[in-house]
Design a binder for this molecule. Structure first.
Ligand SMILES: Cc1cc2nc3c(=O)[nH]c(=O)nc-3n(C[C@H](O)[C@H](O)[C@H](O)COP(=O)(O)O)c2cc1C
Length: 207
């Protein structure tokens, strides 16, 4: 099997969030997609290790927003590489509440949707949730962020919990031990800050 063939698939980037009692959670996903038109239903695949999966299961509802190309690494670092169990990821960003009182980020989002979970499928490492659309709204008309733009232009990486995670081939440089960002260089400047998770050089390992 040539797993490079998987790189030919195209995706967008989204934040899926949910809330249950006092718990708010949210994470970056690339696996949101519309699966039926009438009534409109979407699927999303969430890791069993993620806090967002637990909160969606408890509440039975989730919301999703579509990232535009202007979305910052700060936002992707917060929602794509940290756990909502230990961090209030929404604190630094502008947010609104949907009809189910679930928070969603509004900074650099093209659209947003609210869902009721109507089914789920156990995929061993991940759960696929099927959500019926309750609300949908366009937030702005900027170009949307694609998965390939994130990898090829912004040079972002994908953590192990993402279903599309691929082991990187061995290369030389510096790797951020917090988020996996790879700096392709023989030297790392003393004041270098990880563009994804904002850590300093003390968190980088030479490989
Ligand atoms: C580009 C990108 C794509 C991702 N796609 C998914 C995905 O589709 N499903 C998933 O479970 N995690 C995905 N992740 C990983 C989660 O965002 C990450 O594990 C997050 O820290 C989970 O947060 P939580 O524990 O607060 O839910 C992705 C991360 C990035 C950066």
């Amino acid at each position: 099997m040539d797993i490079k063939a998987f790189f030919k698939l195209s995706y967008g980037l989204y934040i899926v969030s949910s809330s249950y009692k006092s718990n708010q959670s949210g994470c970056v996903v690339n696996t949101l997609s519309q699966v039926t038109a009438d009534p409109p239903k979407f699927s999303v695949t969430i890791s069993k290790n993620s806090f967002t999966k637990k909160i969606i299961e408890k509440s039975g509802y989730f919301t999703a927003t579509v990232l535009t190309k202007k979305a910052t690494m700060d936002l992707i670092g917060e929602f794509g590489f940290k756990s909502s169990e230990s961090t209030d990821k929404f604190l630094k960003f502008n947010t609104k509440l949907d009809e189910n009182n679930i928070k969603y980020v509004t900074n650099h989002m093209a659209s947003r949707y609210s869902f009721k979970v109507i089914d789920s499928l156990d995929l061993e490492t991940h759960i696929m949730f099927i959500g019926k659309v309750l609300e949908a709204e366009i937030l702005n008309n900027d170009d949307v962020m694609t998965y390939s733009y994130y990898h090829n232009v912004i040079k972002g990486s994908t953590p192990k919990n993402a279903p599309s995670y691929q082991k990187e081939p061995a290369k030389k440089g510096y790797i951020c031990t917090v988020c996996g960002y790879f700096l392709d260089s023989d030297k790392i400047p003393d004041d270098f800050i990880c563009p994804i998770c904002k850590q300093g050089t003390d968190k980088f390992k030479k490989i």
